[in-house]
Write a protein that binds this ligand. Structure first.
Ligand code: SF4
Ligand code: SF4
Length: 544
């Protein structure tokens, strides 16, 4: 018990913390493994000295102090060391003596996590467990003229297009006048979205790359993975596996020195180039790789000094407006690869997405538009941005698709939807709903981290220390002591399993619609929802 002098306004008790540690002394072997593994040093091995007053019986008025000593685990209450509920202590404890428990009292830590006047930042995800996508049902089953397929017996491949698909007359004219047609790639409709080399550990990246290569080479599923902002390992740039990679360029241009230098030696073109303007978790902010994660390897790939934070500007500099930036960036990226590679921008979902889309529709070099909804994850963001900024993906993608329909370009410009897809485990259902709302493809990041690498983060603010390089699972850490916990081959195996399971589930949804040759992009008459307002907003059937 601290003395009164030690109690300050921000002195907290265990009751004020979001996670409390249950420790059972009887089961504890005092091995110290929990303390060693804790990523935020929330617990310590303590020596507890207990004073008991022993009163003498009888006529004597004297009493004496008796001291006993015991060793045990103590949870710290300093906000800087608050338990994040990752459960690593539980995982390593040989005697089941320790486990984190969510506090049922509204934690007061939130009011004290802004020490030094700096608001809380975190990695991870938005603290909102709900998802409109989960409520959408598939209500149209073909019975008469277009009989349903049997997903198990009728083999069909799921593919989609990335690239500008010009109508025949415009395509012919472009070909005749310019000797050129916009590049188009056939890809799998589920992409691994941009998570950079730097945000992810080398073992995680290697595992993802191996999984993607296996899916393509052995299972002939054209799965693609985006690099995120941070470049690409030099060996991959010069390998034939580059064709499975979407290179991302963002406003910090990190890693692009290496990419430009590798251009003459590339054996294959990348699948596409994504120009990042925004991400769902922090609209209006540029990327940020905190200094904790900028080690020698990352610094070399990104062409920066070791140990400095790497914030990207909020937008691409030297351009007057987003329209000009998008047009010029698409043009210069297309030129770098001789107009052979599809180039498209990625923006955060906002009410201004339509303006960007309309602009792209007039630019025949634009190969699509990726939109990241408010539930998108991030490596590092302000708490307030993550929890309160951005636009849900479902309605934003719907608005954009209906706008494409209005201008007659719905089959021309693919929309790629992301941000919280599968956040409650319903990956295929969420993806199918987004496709039927108008997306040509869907991208995921957090889901892959959870399903393929065992990320313990959750929408309930569990873990989420991806930004400071102490990831207990070694997924988002650049510390070899942490990332050696992650076996790249096991990650690769799980990536393959995740895609195969997704494929089966998607076919179970799509086959009953009678669709086997093309994705039901925008087939919203197959969708229903039990919420009238949501049905009106999305222009889908109201079903109760
Ligand atoms: S749950 Fe995680 S953060 Fe909390 S004490 Fe255990 S290891 Fe540390
Ligand atoms: S386990 Fe790692 S990647 Fe997952 S939330 Fe925690 S720090 Fe982030």
């Amino acid at each position: 018990m601290p003395s009164n002098a030690a109690i300050a306004p921000s002195t907290l008790s265990h009751v004020d913390l979001p996670w409390r540690i249950d420790w059972t002394g009887d089961k504890c072997t005092l091995c110290g493994q929990c303390v060693a593994v804790c990523p935020v040093r929330a617990i310590e091995l303590g020596v507890f000295r207990k004073r008991e007053i022993k009163a003498s019986f009888g006529l004597s008025t004297t009493s004496e102090n008796q001291y006993s000593v015991r060793y045990g685990i103590r949870q710290k209450t300093d906000p800087g060391f608050a338990c994040i509920g990752c459960g690593m202590c539980d995982m390593v404890c040989p005697g089941d003596a320790i486990t984190p428990r969510r506090n049922d009292e509204q934690p007061k830590l939130r009011m004290h996590a802004n020490k030094g006047g700096a608001p809380r930042t975190r990695g991870g995800r938005r603290n909102d467990r709900g998802s409109l996508l989960d409520q959408i049902k598939f209500v149209r089953i073909s019975m008469l003229t277009d009989p349903a397929l049997d997903a198990g017996r009728h083999e069909f491949d799921l593919t989609t297009m990335i690239g500008r698909i010009l109508p025949p007359e415009t395509a012919l004219e472009t070909l005749r006048n310019q000797g050129w047609m916009p590049p188009v790639r056939k890809i799998y409709p589920l992409l691994i979205g941009g998570m950079s080399f730097g945000a992810l550990s080398p073992n995680m990246w290697e595992g993802l790359q191996m999984g993607v290569a296996y899916l393509n080479e052995e299972l002939h599923m054209p799965v693609r993975m985006c690099t995120g902002e941070g470049g690409c390992p030099p060996r991959l740039l010069r390998s034939r596996f580059l064709k499975y990679v979407i290179l991302q360029i963002a406003s910090g241009y990190f890693g692009w020195d290496e990419i430009i230098h590798a251009l003459p030696e590339m054996k294959e073109d990348p699948c596409a180039v994504e120009i990042k303007y925004g991400q769902g978790a922090k609209p209006g902010d540029g990327g940020l790789l905190m200094w904790h994660k900028v080690n020698k390897l990352i610094a070399a790939i990104r062409g920066v000094p070791v140990g400095v934070s790497l914030p990207s500007p909020t937008t691409h500099q030297t351009k007057y407006s987003i329209e000009e930036a998008v047009a010029k960036m698409i043009q210069s990226m297309s030129m770098a690869w001789g107009f052979r590679v599809p180039v498209y921008p990625k923006i955060s979902a906002t009410t201004t997405s339509l303006a960007v889309l309309n602009n792209l529709a007039r630019n025949k070099y634009a190969a699509g538009l990726a939109i990241d909804g408010e539930d998108g994850g991030t490596g590092a963001a302000y708490n307030v941005s993550m929890d309160h900024m951005g636009h849900p993906i479902a309605s934003n993608i719907r608005d954009c698709y209906l706008n494409l329909c209005r201008i007659g370009a719905q089959n021309e410009l693919p929309l790629i939807a992301g941000g919280g897809v599968g956040k409650n485990g319903n990956l295929a259902a969420n993806a199918a709903a987004l496709i039927m709302l108008g997306a040509s493809a869907v991208q995921v990041g957090k889901y892959i981290m959870q399903a393929a690498a065992g990320c313990v983060g959750s929408e309930g603010d569990r873990c989420n220390v991806c930004n400071i390089g102490v990831c207990p699972k070694g997924i988002t850490s650049q510390d070899p002591r942490l990332y050696r916990r992650l076996d790249p081959e096991k990650v690769a195996g799980r990536v393959v399993e995740v895609f195969l399971a997704f494929d089966s589930e998607m076919k179970k949804i799509l086959a009953p619609l009678g669709r086997s040759t093309s994705l039901p992009i925008g087939m919203s008459d197959a969708l229903g929802i039990g919420d009238k307002n949501a049905a009106d907003r999305l222009s889908i059937r109201y079903c109760v």
